[in-house]
Design a protein around this ligand. Structure first.
Ligand SMILES: *Cc1c(COP(=O)(O)O)cnc(C)c1O
Length: 405
């Protein structure tokens, strides 16, 4: 059995341990929901204040050039590109994950006369809704698919769209293997990195991924509703057709020509004006990733999730953990099933341990490696044991569902 001082000892040896003090986590809170909304880095408010007061207030329209607003989507995109193993000039920060998925899936659908689109059965609902719309618009069929059951990718598949880490179970799919299988069948591979970037290293270029999208407000800590990003591989850029042809995707937006001519690089994935304030927060938040090794980040993530699973197995042996044990098969979260998962999560929140609930019976705990400590995991498990032992979750207040959980 691992003791609390063992956990503290792990924190003392953690090469990323010093980063926690760069985040504002309220006293008494153990925050295990950074996979839903990343925590606030301390320096972000002052940076936003400067952008608002100096750049907007004083600089006014001139700040498009003097404060770097015009370059922001590309600059932030390149910074994210380092975290996801992308080639330079192949990532742009813009819009939301759903919108970006629509763009790349539409382009892939339009470019193919094959009839099928495959996605993983456990994919996030917005991804499935978007893919279904794309399928209907291009007269194709969306088929739910289990990449692990050995079923082949046929020569009628236009593209495979996967989320690398399952939002519910934390299972990580084999990006290199599935992409290679798609390519061998003549299909294109699209990956959603919403639960990957910032928690584990991603190797888009090495895996020869065609298109990818991801989220700015989860492990990247860009703040509520932060800009998402889209990756179009250098080889796919010339033929990438954005279904939403807005002026910021134009080769020369300020010529104000009425004829649309796409930018010849990654800017063609853009639509309208960037969300400058939100991008400024994301840009600042990414500073925390400067100078850290993604291997250290991944090692920390695995160490936190395995500690959580070890402690659970030791202390609540009957609990059904749905997250895979093998390190290469899981992302940065641990989930378990409980018939009263919603109420259990609420009882934990009342104790300051913030995880979340996902329908129908999943309690989910995200372990953002930049600011969660091993001792937090140890303490969270003690709270969980107390909640389960005292049936605390049965209180009336914990049974009523809030609108956003
Ligand atoms: C969080 C998440 C999204 C979010 O999409 P938005 O359009 O930014 O709201 C999309 N896909 C997956 C897999 C997610 O986890």
């Amino acid at each position: 059995m691992i003791s609390r001082s063992d956990a503290i000892h792990l924190d003392d040896r953690d090469p990323l341990g010093h980063l926690r003090e760069r985040f504002s986590i309220p006293e008494g809170v153990i925050y295990l929901d950074g996979n839903s909304l990343g925590a606030l880095p301390n320096h972000v408010p002052a940076r936003l204040q400067k952008v608002i007061v100096n750049d907007w207030g004083d600089g006014l329209i001139g700040s498009w050039n003097t404060a770097g607003w015009a370059d922001m989507p590309k600059r932030v995109g390149d910074r994210i590109g380092r975290l996801i193993g992308a080639e330079p000039d192949s990532v742009i920060a813009c819009d939301s994950t759903s919108v970006n998925l629509f763009k790349v899936a539409s382009s892939a659908a339009r470019a193919s006369d094959r009839s099928l689109i495959l996605t993983d059965e456990g994919n996030f609902p917005t991804d499935v809704y978007v893919l279904d719309a794309v399928a209907r618009q291009h007269e194709k069929t969306l088929r739910m698919w289990d990449p692990t059951d050995g079923s082949p990718i046929g020569d009628d598949v236009a593209f495979v769209a996967m989320t690398e880490v399952n939002y519910r179970t934390g299972e990580r799919h084999d990006m290199a293997g599935i992409t290679a299988r798609a390519h061998a069948a003549g299909a294109v591979a699209i990956w959603d990195l919403a639960h990957s970037a910032g928690a584990l290293p991603v190797h888009l270029a090495d895996c020869a991924v065609d298109f990818a999208v991801g989220c700015g407000y989860k492990y990247l800590n860009g703040g509520p509703g932060a800009s998402a990003y889209v990756y179009v591989s250098p080889g796919r850029q010339p033929s990438f057709e954005n279904p939403m042809t807005g002026w910021w995707g134009h080769a020369r937006p300020f010529e104000m020509s009425l004829a649309f001519e796409p930018h010849d690089g990654i800017h063609r994935a853009r639509v309208g004006t960037q969300h400058v304030l939100s991008l400024a927060a994301l840009d600042a938040a990414l500073d925390v990733f400067d100078d850290i090794s993604l291997e250290d980040l991944h090692a920390k993530s695995l160490s936190l999730t395995s500690l959580f699973m070890d402690l659970l197995a030791d202390s609540v042996p009957g609990l059904e953990v749905v997250t895979p044990r093998e390190p290469h098969r899981r992302g940065g979260q641990v989930s378990f099933r409980h018939p009263n998962a919603y109420a259990v999560v609420q009882a934990l929140v009342a104790r300051g341990v913030v995880g979340d609930f996902r329908n129908p019976d999943i309690a989910r705990f995200g372990m953002a490696p930049l600011y969660v400590r091993h001792v937090d995991i140890w303490d969270a498990i003690q709270h969980l044991l107390a909640v389960l032992a005292n049936d605390e979750w049965q209180s009336e207040a914990h049974m009523n569902r809030a609108a956003i959980t």
